[in-house]
Design a protein around this ligand. Sequence first.
Ligand code: SP5
Ligand code: ZN
Length: 339
Amino acid sequence: MPGAEIWVGVTTPGTELPERATRIEQALRRDGLRVVEATSYDDDVLLRVHDPRLVEHLRTVWSRWVEAGFPVEPGQDRVVPYIMPTAGMLDGLPEREPTAVHAAAGRYCYDTMTLVGPGTWQAARAAVDVTLSAVDLVTGGEPLAYALVRPPGHHVTRAAYGGSCYLNNAGIAAQALRDAGHERVAVVDVDAHHGNGTQALFYDRADVLYASLHVDPGAGWFPHYAGFADETGRGAGLGANLNVPLAEGTPDAPWLAALDRIVEAVAAHGATALVVSLGVDAAAADPESPLQVTHDGYEAAGRRLAALGLPTVAVQEGGYHLDTLGDLVARTLHGLADR
Ligand code: SP5
Ligand code: ZN
């Protein structure tokens, strides 16, 4: 598990905790949802979405870190970036693979909050298996499947991770649905934060619509550099990206009105399958976002998305308030199942 996050240089308690998953599981078992165990998948779809160098990095960086002795000297038991080869630093130079693991730590990671420890790779890779299992249920005829995964994924681009995410589960779900024969797929992201990773994966593509409502990055919120309304796609993908940034404090009514715009766009796109990036951190009690959505709001969101009548794979993203996130997910799924 991440253990901690380093934010503005200060080590703070981790927010993306294992207990998130157990709390959600408890709520869903309490509600009597059918639980299906995941099966294993090879790296095929994973490598269609992510740069193989990112995947290899995540697979090996922890053991390299241990081998280099960092947990002993200087006493850092998580992989933490130290130098990041930004576009400005390289200024056109080729991006070389660094020799030192402490330099490689910043090659594929764009923040200091998303640390790698023992088990990070296993958890991230298992989340891909769970996601692909949910996709298989839906391509096999189930109208709705939910992937209870952590760590989340929507901040991961083709070759860079961050925002408590390591592999982009929702992006992998969308690609798997494409590969299963859906010509057009939509990803609707209701997490409080913009899914800059998922947006980036499909920014140039017309076949996968990415649509998100989230706290305005321009008001000073993560991911700060993406999620603005004028990001509408590029090239063939122009028009297949929709961002609805919302003011701090946004309650149910305008949040649902924004979702209605998104639902309309999904219908207009002609998608035949839907991926929901189901973050519940837009909820009022959540410590990581200033949006003020209620449990009723999340259930209503589920209903509005269900009304599209599309086979749907919901994938867990953020949501950090341990005492409410199980109910929030359960209520959303209840709405999504109303079809
Ligand atoms: C998947 C997801 O919801 N990722 C969101 C990550 C955003 N985190 C931003 C954190 C900004 C600083 N938070 C300070 C709390 C320190 N524990
Ligand atoms: Zn979030």
